[in-house]
Every structure is written in C-alpha cells, then in structure tokens.
Design a protein around this ligand. Structure first.
Ligand code: AVJ
Length: 326
C-alpha cells in the first residue's frame, strides 16, 4: 500500500523577506549601470510567461534538453545510480523532472524554488501523480547559501539543475554556484546539469525575441512586479525589450531601454532614466563543452559524462565529486 499524499508531501518555508526584494531593486537601480537581478522574473505571472516562452518556436533550449534526456534516459539513470535523493534548485514547473522520476525512482524529491505558490502547486501535483514519491518542497532562494531543510544521512544526493539556469551567472559566479551545489550534495553526490551551447547568433537572437512577444512580456513583467509589490510607478509603455547576443562575451544580454527621459519613484526614492538608457535584466551565457567542463572542475567537480543533441544545440552533463574532495 502507498502512503497517502499528505504523508508524502512536506513543505519547508525559507522564503526571503519582501525587504530583500526592495533592497535588491533599489541597489540595482542605483548602480552606475542599472540592473535588476533575473531571479526576480519568477513571480506567478513571470513563471507562467516563462512556460509560454518555452513553447515558442524560437526558444529551442527547453525542447532540445527534453529530447536529450528522453533519448538517453537509460544511460542517465544508470550513470546517476539507484536510490538517490533528488534535489532540484530553481525547480519551477515540474515538467523536466517528470522525465526522470519513473526511471530513477529516487528516495525523495526536494524541489527548491523562490516562488512559493508555484512551488507548492507543482510539488503537490507531483505527489498526487507519483503515488510512491516523497516530495519535500523547500521555498528558498538557491542563489544564497544552499542548505537542506533536514539532516540527510550519507546517501547518494543528486542535484538536478536543468534549463541552463547556470548561464544567468557570470562565469566566475557560476563557479561559486556550482561550488555551493557541490557542498550541498557532498561526498558520493553528483549533479545533472543542462548547459546551453554556443551557436550561430541568428538562432540565439531569435530565441530571445520571439514573434509572439512572450519574452518581451516576461522582461517587462519585472516592472509590473516592482509597481505592484513596492508601490512604484513605472510606465511600461515607456520601456522597450532589448535582447541580443554579445559575441565577444558569449552571452545573450537582455535589457529594458528607456524610451524617453523619465523618472520613477520607489519607496519615496526617485530614480532618473535618460532616453536610451538601459536596465540590464539578464545574462544568458552560452558555453562550449570544454569551457563548461573547465568551470565545473574549478568548482571541484569531476566530469563523468556529457550528452548532446544531434544538432549540437544543448548539452547535459553529469558531474560528481572527486574522491579527495571535502
Ligand atoms: C531560465 C535562465 C535559462 O536564459 O534562456 C528565457 C531565461 N530569458 N528567455 C534563459 C530566459 C529569456 C532562461 N533561463
């Protein structure tokens, strides 16, 4: 007999304070080159808009990564090993993990996400659907210190970090994020990670400028969210979505460009934006397999195996801990 869903589902709340959001926004908009951290895209609306982006014709990463996992599922499961504790930082929608669960049969699944409602919805759906699965949802910001909500005896802890989320970070920050994941999974642990690859800039530019305008809405939703949660007065019509591939830095850069000289008030503070001034909202770095492997090794991981689609668009890597690591 399987346990009822209520016994298998647990929720741990480590959600950051609204004050953190306010401080981060004010700090970012006060900087010489204004920015908003991309983790703030994912309120409820943003999370849904991201799902829409994933279904557009132009945005190849999601469907390509899903294809790689499907085509190699037996090999992936064999590489990860049985009886792991599966941890997913920045879990978002649970579509990708579903590909793994039946074949992998982890002892428990721990999604970690900053968007509380979305996390709870997705985690409960999973617990209902996979009637044997323990789901321990953790509402937290994985870009901070990564700590598991309870002590786990030395098992095989595997982190699942798909979608090329690692690309949001500058390469030196990415090493830090990977290092945190390495410390969380510990000795005997591993990381299954999706990384977008360098390619023709036309494909990249199209992927971040979809015809249906979901990426634009996703980008501008940041301003809506700041208006709503911090009582600001951004006029959305006076900012333009701008995304392009920076060849030299191997990254997509996403900005919101001010269409005129204007000001906005947040929490009594006034911010001026000149016409054509940019607010940086996201980097999405694109790697070669070799360059990514170098990063992983810098973070103390050993590269075990890499899977790539037939068109060389996207890569999935399994990394584990070098035997002498701490
Ligand atoms: C979820 C960060 C991997 O960088 O491609 C999609 C987010 N931004 N379209 C990416 C995103 C604009 C996405 N990541």
């Amino acid at each position: 007999m399987t346990d009822s869903k209520s016994q298998r589902y647990q929720f741990f709340d480590q959600h950051p304070e609204v004050a953190d959001f306010r401080e981060d926004i004010i700090q970012g908009l006060s900087a010489a080159e204004a920015y908003i951290l991309p983790k703030y895209f994912y309120d409820e609306t943003g999370s849904r808009l991201f799902e829409e982006i994933c279904n557009t014709e132009e945005y190849y990463p999601t469907r390509t990564e899903v294809g790689i996992i499907r085509d190699n599922i037996d090999d992936i499961v064999e590489t990860l090993g049985k009886d792991c504790l599966l941890i997913e930082p920045g879990s978002g929608d649970s579509y990708k993990v579903r590909l793994l669960l039946d074949a992998l049969r982890p002892i428990a699944y721990l999604p970690i996400d900053i968007s509380r409602r979305y996390l709870q919805d997705e985690a409960q759906k999973l617990a209902a659907e996979f009637t044997w699965l323990k789901v321990h949802a953790v509402c937290a910001d994985f870009t901070g210190k990564l700590e598991l909500p309870y002590h786990v005896e030395a098992t095989n802890k595997v982190a699942f970090f798909p979608g090329s989320t690692i690309g949001n970070f500058l390469p030196e920050q990415a090493v830090f994020v990977l290092d945190e994941i390495r410390k969380m999974v510990g000795r005997g642990g591993g990381l299954l990670i999706g990384v977008d690859l360098q390619k023709d800039s036309e494909i990249l530019n199209a992927a971040y400028n979809d015809k249906e305008g979901y990426t634009e809405q996703f980008n501008k939703n940041l301003l809506l969210r700041i208006n709503r949660e911090l009582g600001a007065d951004f006029d959305l019509d006076q900012y333009k979505h701008h995304a392009f591939f920076n060849e030299e830095k191997h990254r997509i850069e996403m900005h919101l460009i001010s269409l005129q000289d204007q000001q906005v008030t947040i929490d009594g503070q006034v911010f001026q934006f000149k016409k054509d001034q940019a607010i940086l909202t996201e980097y999405s770095h694109k790697y070669t397999v070799e360059h990514f492997q170098q990063l992983a090794e810098k973070a103390g991981f050993r590269c075990v195996k890499t899977w790539i689609d037939e068109n060389g668009l996207f890569s999935v890597h399994y990394l584990n801990l070098a035997a002498d690591s701490d």
